[in-house]
Each structure stands twice: as C-alpha cells, then as structure tokens.
Design a protein around this ligand. Structure first.
Ligand code: PEP
Ligand code: MG
Length: 544
C-alpha cells in the first residue's frame, strides 16, 4: 500500500482499477521535403479535419457539461485559425523545407513555452491548450485514430496530464475518476472535471505514475486529494464506508433540496448553517440551508496579522449578506480568548483561560475594538437580513452595556449620514449556566437566544473542552444541559423571543425530537449536516 497526495478538484471518493492513459507517441521526426506547396496543403486539410473533430467534441461537451464549459472547444477551433500560429507553421515549412508534422510540433513547443513563462496563472494554463490543438493536427496529418482512454470496465484513468479534449472525450459511463501527475487547478481540464461530477485529483507528482501498474486497485479521495495505491483490506473497508456516506449525502441532496423542514404533524423548524468565513457560503447554498445561524466572526481576526479594519470587516459581512439574498445571517461578535488566541491582542497568559478574559469581556473592556466591529456590522446591515449576537453572556448588566454601546454607534452613524437597517435582530448566546438560569430576565432584552452547547457543556459539567483526558467525563446528553436548554426555551417564548441551538449538539439527530418538543425554533449546523437533519425532522411526529 502506498499513499500519494495531490490537489482534489472534485470532492468524491472512487475505488477501482487504474488504467494508465496511453497517448500514441506522436514521434514527430524532422524530414526534408521538396514539395513545399503540397506540404502547406496537407496542413490545411489536417486543420479542417481537426476542426470537424472539435465541433463534434463541442456538441458532446455542450450536452454533458453545458455551454460555459463547452466554449473551450470553440476557442480551440479559433486557435487553430489563429494568424500567428498559422504563420509560424507556414514559415517553418517554407524556410526550412521540412514536413508539416515537424512544423506543427515546433510551433506547438514555441507557443506553449511562451504561455508557460507568463506570470498570469490563466495564461500559463493555456500552454496545454496549444499542445492539445497541435497534437490533434499532427494526429490528423498522420491519420491516427483518437484514443478515448475508455475500456469496457469502469476504470480510474491515470495520466501525466489530460488535455481538455481528452478529458471530455472520456466516456463518462466508463470512468470512475481521474488522477493526473501534473496540471493546475485553474486549467480547463480541472474545471471540466468539476462539472462532469467525476472525482478527480491533479498534480500528484511524477512518482505516482512510476508506482502504478495497469489494473492495480486504487482509492481516489477527491475531498482530501489522497490516492492510495493497492490498499489493504482495512483501508478499503474504511473508504467503502466513506463512499457510502458520500453517496447517501448526495442522494439526500437531490431528494431533499427545496423541501421544507417540517415534522409529520406540521411543525416547522429553521435549519441554518454555521460558517467561519466568507468562503463557507458555497457549502451553505449547496446544502440548501435556510440561513446562517452562526458566523464566527473571530476568524476574520484570527486570519489577520493586525486588527481587521472597519472596511475589511464591512466587505466580508456585506458579501455574506448579499450572497444569502435576504435569508437570515446571524453574525456573532468577536469571540476571542481561551482556545482562540491572537498575538496582536497581547492577552496575558492565564491559569484558566476558558474561565478568563475572553469574548464579550474583551469587547466590553476594549470598546474601540467592539465599536469598529459594530460599525462594520451596522453598515453592512442594509445589504441583507442581519442578526447580531453576543457570546459568553452571564448577566443582565452585560446586555445593558452592549445595547448602550450599540445605540451610541448607531447615533454616530446617523450623525455621519451613514445608512443602517432598522430591522436588525439582536440576540445573545446561551452558553453559560448563568445565562440559562436568568434567561427569564434576559429574554425581554433581546429578539432571540442561540444556545452554544459546546461551551454550555464545558461550563455545566466543569470539563475543559480542550482537555482530551476529560472525554470520558463529558456526557453531552447530561440531564443538566438539557434542563438548562429547556429553561431558556420556555423563558424565550414567554417573552416572545425565539430560540435556536448553534453548538455541535444541534447536529446530533438523536436529540432532534427532544429539542423540537422543547420548542426549539432553529438548529444551526455545519453545512453537510443540513440535509441529514432535514431528513430527521421530516420523520418526527410530535403529535404522538
Ligand atoms: C458554542 O460554544 O457552542 C459555540 C457555538 O461557540 P464556539 O464553539 O465558537 O465557542
Ligand atoms: Mg462558545
């Protein structure tokens, strides 16, 4: 068993036999010719044939991957007609009195080298397009048949690199996955793979092909970019289970997309997704989440070398709000400290960081940081449906202070003539036992609660969530935790507030019915859990 690693360009798992993609060696030789005119005519005829082939490939691509991605073959047809490219071929034939194959191959080398040396990644990727069209013309000159790479059995195609036309010519029905030793994720080949829904990994390195024999079993994990050659039984079993899980998730996606999160007796629940940054939006939309229930804004701070500016934060919040097109986006204010340390905050080392100077405690004592974030959030609020929530709350006083700072920031913006929305929901996290127990006093102050079960568990059971030794003592279903959530739910509803759960427990489907019976209105989970959770909700009957 050997493991290789590359760049996954389409996330799925394939297990099957390797088929090493054999390209016919063009073996272009330089030959002197007498009939220059005849050679020029041969090139014209080969170009015509190549264009006819590309037109067929374009139609196949149009049907399989859509117009946007089929366009590359239109571009290839245009490249064959390109003046500079043709002038180069003609000049080489005329000036050196050489055969057409050699003139095309030499032009291909010169042009692809030129593209490869450019700084721009997109232009670099065009080097393979020039090689692709040139090889096609040479094949037409020598009357070679195209090699499809397909076999009767479904195979994992392994190649040094695949040209776009080679990729699209592969018979989808017979290709389980493909792996290339080289290639860039910006290339059309990678783009095509993504759109053909074929698990694919590129840039595995030259050693990969050396370690391979036709027909050997390999595993392709397009999520992680891992390839396992000749896996042992245990590894194969593990991947078969992952693959089954993948397939299950994909089927769910198809069946449940667009459906309501509704129980058999008609109770509706909101299922939102958690994100750590702007790049999480794709998964939120792909998994059909109804909104974002927790945007952990501290990741903006963790990814920065210095305090992120108001402008940088505004841009990130605006992007998330706009992308969610009016669906609810709940952004949690800075939750730094404890396990999330940022150098430039210069926080003192503490004996008990989880019980220390963190989250809202930092914001309330360093208001300049808090105000910058609130200004950015308020400014972004006009671009969508924003909710702002505050972490690590333990008292009424804290919420009063937060609301007073928020009002001051709003006044500042008003004075400066800067717009913000009047419809921003304000919420607090219930992640300390204190907050749950006094939730009757807190609820009238806010629009919603969101239960952070990760911290609520740590503080209720007095178990540091970072300490692996405490695993056996952490019972996430502990009655005390469930009781605290129930108290918070009751008190929220008494005051007309709504309540959600955004900690990991929200994705625990063995508790979904318990949560719904408590009256939990929203569950916010990692994007891949949205649809499995929807399935669970739709199978619950609260009338029984
Ligand atoms: C939680 O504590 O449950 C929570 C959602 O916040 P975090 O995990 O970021 O502390
Ligand atoms: Mg927390």
């Amino acid at each position: 068993m050997k493991t290789f690693h590359g760049t996954g360009v389409y996330g799925a798992i394939a297990i099957g036999s390797a088929s090493i993609f054999k390209r016919q060696d063009k073996g272009v030789r330089r030959e002197k010719i007498d009939d220059v005119e005849g050679e020029l005519k041969r090139v014209e005829a080969a170009k015509e044939k190549a264009i006819a082939q590309l037109s067929e490939i374009y139609d196949k691509a149009l049907a399989e991957v859509g117009e946007t991605h089929a366009q590359i073959f239109e571009i290839h047809m245009m490249m064959i007609e390109d003046d500079d490219y043709n002038e180069s071929i003609q000049n080489i034939i005329k000036m050196q009195s050489v055969n057409a194959e050699y003139a095309v191959a030499a032009t291909s080398d010169n042009f692809s080298e030129m593209f490869a040396s450019m700084d721009d990644a997109y232009m670099q990727a065009r080097a393979s397009d020039v090689k692709d069209i040139s090889n096609r013309i040479i094949a037409c000159l020598t009357n070679e048949e195209e090699q499809s790479g397909a076999t009767d059995e479904k195979m994992i195609i392994c190649a040094d690199d695949l040209a776009p036309s080679e990729t699209v010519s592969l018979d989808k029905e017979r290709v389980l996955a493909f792996v290339t030793a080289f290639g860039s994720s910006n290339s059309h080949t990678a783009i095509l793979a993504r759109n053909m829904n074929i698990p694919a990994i590129i840039n595995v390195g030259a050693d990969f092909l050396k370690a391979l024999k036709d027909g050997v079993k390999i595993i392709v994990d397009g999520h992680k970019g891992d390839i396992i050659v000749d896996p042992d039984e245990k590894t194969e079993k593990e991947y078969l289970a992952k693959q089954a899980d993948d397939i299950r998730r994909k089927n769910l996606l198809q069946e449940l997309k667009g459906k309501d999160n509704i129980t058999k007796d008609g109770t509706k629940v909101k299922i939102y997704a958690n994100i750590g940054g702007v790049d999480g939006i794709g998964a939120v939309l792909a998994n059909d989440a109804g909104g974002i229930g927790l945007f952990r804004s501290e990741f903006l701070y963790l990814e920065s070398k210095d305090y992120p500016t108001e402008e940088a934060q505004f841009a990130a919040y605006k992007k998330v709000l706009e992308s969610m097109a009016g669906k609810k986006v709940i952004i949690r204010t800075l939750d730094i400290g404890a396990d999330k340390q940022v150098d430039y905050f210069n926080l003192d080392k503490e004996e008990n960081p989880a019980l220390g100077y963190r989250a809202i405690r930092i914001c309330l004592t360093r208001p300049e940081i808090f105000r910058t974030q609130l200004r950015a959030l308020l400014r972004a609020s006009v671009y969508g449906n924003l909710g702002i929530m505050f972490p690590m709350i333990t008292s009424v006083k804290e919420v009063e202070k937060i609301k007073s700072i928020l009002e001051t920031v709003k006044d500042e913006l008003k004075k400066d003539g800067i717009e913000y929305s009047d419809n921003i929901e304000i919420g607090i996290m219930i992640e300390t036992p204190a907050a749950a127990i006094i939730s009757d006093e807190l609820a009238p102050m806010v629009d919603f609660f969101s239960v952070g079960t990760n911290d609520l568990t740590q503080y209720t059971l007095a178990c540091d969530r970072q300490n692996a030794k405490l695993e056996p003592f952490i019972d996430t279903h502990h009655k005390a935790i469930l009781k605290l959530i129930e108290i918070a739910a009751e008190n929220a509803h008494k005051s007309g507030a709504w309540i959600g759960i955004c900690g990991e427990l929200a994705a625990d489907t063995s508790l979904t019915e318990t949560f719904l019976r408590m009256g939990i209105d929203e569950l916010s989970v990692s994007a891949p859990f949205v649809l499995p959770l929807r399935e669970t909700v739709r199978n619950i009957d609260l009338s029984k």
